[in-house]
Design a protein. Structure first.
Length: 130
């Protein structure tokens, strides 16, 4: 019976040693996973900070783009106004120049009175000379 007891105690000791070894291996794995989780949390925190910074800068860009769009719209409206007023003034100048050409004015007189270039005045004289 002593031999059975010795075998039983020996088996229990082997099983305990094996169980302790498995527990230590599991503990190492758990520690390794804990370290990996800690690294991942740090990366997540950095990403959260980066996303926050991107959102903040995106808002600033959005405000600047909105302001720029307003300015562009305003400039386009002003340009259209200028084109309309300029073309009607320019048309009036050409009509006056045609009238002067038909009345026999010189190209220099047309340039002076109608704010046209010499080439424009010369062309009008050729087309509308009395």
């Amino acid at each position: 019976m002593d031999s059975y007891m010795m075998i039983l105690v020996g088996t229990i000791i082997v099983v305990l040693v094996f169980a302790l070894m498995q527990i230590f291996k599991q503990k190492k794995r758990i520690n390794s996973y804990d370290q990996k989780i800690e690294k991942l949390w740090k990366k997540i925190e950095v990403m959260q900070h980066d996303v926050s910074a991107l959102c903040a800068s995106g808002l600033g860009v959005d405000e600047r783009v909105g302001g720029t769009e307003k300015r562009v719209r305003s400039l386009l409206e002003r340009l259209e106004e200028l084109e309309e007023s300029d073309s009607s003034e320019h048309l009036q100048e050409f009509q006056n120049a045609i009238k002067l050409a038909q009345e026999g004015a010189t190209s220099d007189e047309i340039v002076e009175k109608c704010n046209l270039t010499l080439d424009e005045a010369t062309l009008l004289l050729r087309l509308h000379k009395a």
